[in-house]
Design a protein around this ligand. Structure first.
Ligand code: GLY
Ligand code: GLY
Length: 312
């Protein structure tokens, strides 16, 4: 029986230097958290949710606390969670004032016949299930405000993200994929989106097959990067399909990212696990923090080619 894997990412983009240490610490802590949930008897989807909550709570990432701002200076977040058994899924779009959108996505999956709730409806649903609504200012970091000012001053909005050679300072989405020792898969992704996005804009993250996909017959994938590009090529489903033809997670992600670049000139990254315990974290942006626990070892990295290990 293969060993379980809990693999997380903290977003593919440039990642400014002042966030490097916090980003690596954040992904390591989240991978440990997900692993702990599995070790205590939690399911793959419980582990994915717990790991993403840990990432949402870390202000170094663009999700939950630390989310980037809309053009109007507000936080609107997207999240998804998917269980590979039965392809169950729940998602929220443009939700406000909740610290952990992935928790609401989980409730949508477990408690409704729907797949996605957005805007005011998502907030009302969260309240009905006792999810705490917080002062929006508690989700906003000084860095998020500075980034918005930069974009407004230089009039560089989401479209500038197409240019990989001159990346903005930004950071991105978080996510987690899990395969348990018994072969159960799960994926979860959460984001504040892209700085200066139009109010009401939903990105790839809550869209099933774009921001995440999990299938107990193939594996699990969480994506990050330029949302409008990821959506057009259904990146997570594309990568999962390649894995179901026998490709390794690494080959499948590379194939997916190459396809996205060739078709829509988009950049990003993804993490994937296969049913036999194969693991990959691949990105076409300058950096992407990632970490995973397999066996008694924690693996992590952020720069191209970097792969560090430490004992659990
Ligand atoms: N939320 C119901 C489903 O996964 O289809
Ligand atoms: N991938 C995050 C977003 O575009 O919203």
């Amino acid at each position: 029986m293969p060993e379980s894997v809990v693999l997380v990412h903290g977003g593919a983009w440039a990642i400014p230097e002042h966030l490097w240490d916090a980003s690596v610490a954040g992904v390591k802590a989240a991978a440990r958290r997900g692993h702990q949930v599995l070790a205590e008897g939690g399911s793959a989807v419980d582990a994915a949710e717990a790991a993403v909550v840990s990432l949402e709570d870390c202000p170094a990432f663009d999700a939950g606390k630390g989310s980037v701002l809309t053009y109007d200076g507000e936080v609107e977040m997207d999240a998804i969670i998917m269980q590979g058994a039965g392809l169950s899924v729940g998602a929220v779009g443009a939700i406000r004032n909740v610290p952990n959108p992935v928790r609401v996505a989980r409730l949508v999956m477990d408690k409704t016949p729907h797949v996605m709730l957005v805007g005011e409806g998502a907030n009302k649903f969260a309240s009905a299930f006792g999810i705490e609504q917080v002062d929006p200012d508690t989700l906003i970091t000084p860095y998020a405000r500075k980034e918005l000012e930069y974009y407004k001053t230089f009039k560089k909005t989401v479209y500038s993200l197409f240019n990989k050679t001159e990346p903005p300072s930004g950071h991105d989405t978080v996510g987690c994929v899990v395969v348990s020792a018994s072969g159960a898969t799960a994926a979860a992704t959460s984001t504040g989106g892209i700085t200066a996005k139009m109010p009401g804009r939903c990105g790839d993250t809550p869209v099933v097959g774009a921001g995440a996909y999990a299938d107990d017959q193939a594996g699990a994938v969480s994506t990050t990067g330029h949302g409008e590009s990821i959506m057009k090529v259904c990146l997570a489903r594309h990568i999962t399909s390649l894995m179901s033809t026998g490709q390794t997670p690494e080959a499948a992600i590379k194939g997916g990212l190459e396809y996205m670049e060739s078709r829509v000139k988009g950049f990003g990254g993804a993490i994937a696990v296969s049913l036999d315990g194969g693991v990959a974290a691949v990105f076409s942006t300058p950096r992407m923090p990632w970490a995973y626990v397999q066996g008694d070892t924690l693996h992590f990295g952020m720069h191209p080619g970097q792969h560090c290990t430490e004992d659990l």
